[in-house]
Design a protein around this ligand. Structure first.
Ligand code: MN
Length: 506
């Protein structure tokens, strides 16, 4: 069973009739062999379906129409084993709405030095067939991924899989629904945005509800439903003494469970994949949902605080991209710094809502502490440190005429401290290329304080995701230098402004 069992990737070869039937039979055979090989690789997370070869304008257009209308088709892999004149591709490519991966490979790995003849040359000419195909895609300004190398190379397979993972997220976002309990945190700018523009770019629909709608569901949660969830807590987490069954504050744990059950029911009923809360509107709720958000993120839902629907959707999209890797993805916020010049660090957390999939501690602890904001009873939360290692932070902002996806590659560190008085889950990291450059670049790019933190998702997947969605992407990594980074922002701004004036350049 593939990670994305309901998504198929279609693979075809482009060719023509110039070389005779025998060559076309070979092209079909080789294409099927490659599609079947990719399909059986465990590193490839979706089914790869061989769809034959296309040799005329009509066949190509027909292939594109079929791909468009099949909901299970997550994208197409195009290979030019021979030469496929690209005027034949214009009509098809103009209407194709699925992500494209141009696989620039060759059936044989090595040149058959001793036997090579003109028949071999006619059959095996992707070196220039791929260039003809590249031209027409570039001429049509189509964003696509070009993967180069022998089809059995592990690097080629890994690049194909990154694209598949991005396609799975894009595919889900097309039909996704995001639930907002309450509105934006008052006066905050970066969490705002154009929901219509988001639906045009990504497809997802953001729907708002009064918190009292949720409170009504909370009221109807039964004691036996709460018992069931409490038994899951007992099984999976270390519970602080006061929250235990005979502890002085056990009722707060039951309240937290009640919130979790109600939110999950609400999300399931409405077919939502992500949600937001806001501490400024908790009408009818006894505590800010902390544990509930953590548990629901653990189950795969996207989440963000303060009404930040863009980040909630991004957290979900990244959970889809990282599916099956199991190192974790969470809502995150840059919170505070360690400004030791020898070892500057960022401490990320939120009021409560960090996903335990990134936790180092196993099992994590359930605790109750006072929360100074929200004006409600003390909320229950999971408290933990985060596993060290390579990670990414991604944020998304509405720049007025497009969405900007901003990525920073970071190294989560084992800081070796206990933080005995900090009652929230947290991660501590070093951003690349270094603390000062990263923070400067993030701020120059207008990067939000909210982000999606992941150990499963790579920059490559996020680039593929942004290109498929037609949005801007800016990456801060080991190679980032401020002067060219500033120019990149200016040039991107100009590009997207021109794109808007032209009514869409792509
Ligand atoms: Mn926040």
């Amino acid at each position: 069973m593939k990670v994305y069992s309901n998504m198929k990737i279609w693979m075809v070869s482009g060719s023509q009739h110039l070389y005779g039937e025998e060559t076309l039979i070979e092209v079909k055979k080789h294409t099927k062999e490659i599609a079947d090989y990719l399909d059986t690789q465990t590193e490839i997370s979706a089914y790869i379906e061989y769809k034959g070869i296309v040799t005329t304008q009509d066949e190509i257009t027909d292939f594109c129409l079929k791909a468009n209308s099949d909901k299970s088709c997550g994208g197409v892999i195009l290979w030019m084993h021979t030469f496929s004149p690209s005027k034949m591709w214009i009509n098809g490519l103009k209407i194709l709405t699925k992500p494209i991966l141009h696989l620039h490979t060759q059936h044989n790995r090595d040149l058959p030095w001793d036997t090579i003849d003109m028949d071999f040359m006619n059959l095996t000419q992707s070196a220039h067939g791929g260039r003809e195909h590249g031209f027409i895609n570039t001429r049509l300004k189509i964003d696509r991924k070009v993967v180069v190398g022998y089809w059995k190379d592990i690097e080629v397979i890994s690049q194909i899989d990154s694209w598949i993972r991005a396609a799975a997220a894009v595919n889900e976002m097309k039909y996704a629904k995001i639930c907002r309990f309450g509105d934006n945190m008052r006066n905050v700018a970066v969490t705002e945005g154009d929901k219509v523009a988001a639906q045009i770019s990504f497809g997802y629909n953001v729907l708002g509800f009064g918190v009292s709608d949720l409170a009504k569901v909370v009221e109807k949660v039964t004691e036996s439903e709460i018992d069931q969830v409490i038994s899951e807590y007992l099984l999976n987490y270390k519970i602080s003494t006061e929250l235990q069954e005979n502890g002085s504050r056990h009722s707060a744990l039951r309240d937290a469970a009640k919130l979790e059950i109600a939110i999950e029911k609400f999300l399931v009923k409405g077919d939502f994949v992500a949600f937001t809360t806001t501490f400024e509107d908790l009408t009818g709720l006894c505590q800010l949902p902390g544990l509930a958000c953590q548990r629901l993120m653990e189950k795969g839902y996207g989440f963000a605080g303060e009404g930040d629907w863009k980040i909630a959707a991004l957290v979900r999209a990244m959970k889809v991209m990282g599916k099956g890797k199991n190192r974790g993805t969470s809502f995150m916020e840059d919170y505070t710094y360690h400004l030791d010049p020898q070892n500057p660090l960022v401490l990320g957390a939120h009021m409560l809502e960090v996903c335990p999939t990134i936790a180092e501690d196993n099992p994590v602890t359930l605790e109750i502490h006072h929360l100074g904001i929200g004006g409600k009873e003390d909320p229950v939360r999971m408290v933990f440190d985060t596993k060290p290692g390579e990670s990414v932070m991604a944020s998304i902002m509405d720049m007025g005429n497009r969405f900007r996806l901003l990525v920073n590659e970071i190294e989560t560190v084992d800081h070796g401290k206990n933080l005995p008085k900090l009652p929230v889950a947290r991660a501590v990291w070093k951003p690349l290329p270094d603390f000062k450059t990263a923070a400067q670049a993030w701020i120059l790019a207008g990067g939000a304080h909210h982000s999606s933190y992941s150990k499963d998702v790579t920059t490559e997947m996020l680039i593929d995701f942004a290109e498929m969605s037609g949005i801007e992407i800016v990456v801060i990594n080991k190679d980032t230098k401020i002067p060219p980074f500033k120019n990149e922002l200016k040039w991107n701004d100009l590009f997207f402004t021109m794109k808007g004036f032209a009514g869409g350049l792509s």
